[in-house]
Ligand binder design. Sequence first.
Ligand code: NAP
Length: 115
Amino acid sequence: MERSITVIGTGRMGSALVRSLLQSGYRTTVWNRTRHKTDPLVKLGAAAAPSVLEAVNEGEIIMVNVSDYAATKALLRSDPIASAIRGKLIVELTSGTPSGAREAAEWCMEHGALP
Ligand SMILES: NC(=O)c1ccc[n+]([C@@H]2O[C@H](COP(=O)([O-])OP(=O)(O)OC[C@H]3O[C@@H](n4cnc5c(N)ncnc54)[C@H](OP(=O)(O)O)[C@@H]3O)[C@@H](O)[C@H]2O)c1
């Protein structure tokens, strides 16, 4: 069965990633703060989720690719998202510091994300 992947943040890097995932045949869901920026990706076959929570629910693997870790935190650190990441692989592609990466990984593991 094809894997389902969610990409949160479809800026320059996120969009390139989504195009590549679609070309490789992955069922791909996208969410971006500025919704219309996902339109070209939807034309290529991506599904646009109306909220971060719905985007997380759609993917087995969640790739986050926003400007910085502060944005990632603001998007993910809520009780509904904490429950939704259980059993999923979270891939943080956003640039940040090693300590920021460790702290983010700890939060994901505390809530049952895959190691
Ligand atoms: N481009 C590269 O070749 C490259 C290479 C290595 C690493 N990176 C890293 O990848 C990350 C993204 O780079 P990029 O080039 O794709 O940047 P970008 O084109 O500027 O896109 C930034 C993305 O972050 C979103 N965003 C910013 N602040 C947000 C917030 N508060 N809440 C929700 N979404 C927010 C933007 O949403 P909107 O569309 O709504 O503004 C957009 O989707 C950065 O950390 C960058 O350092 C990029």
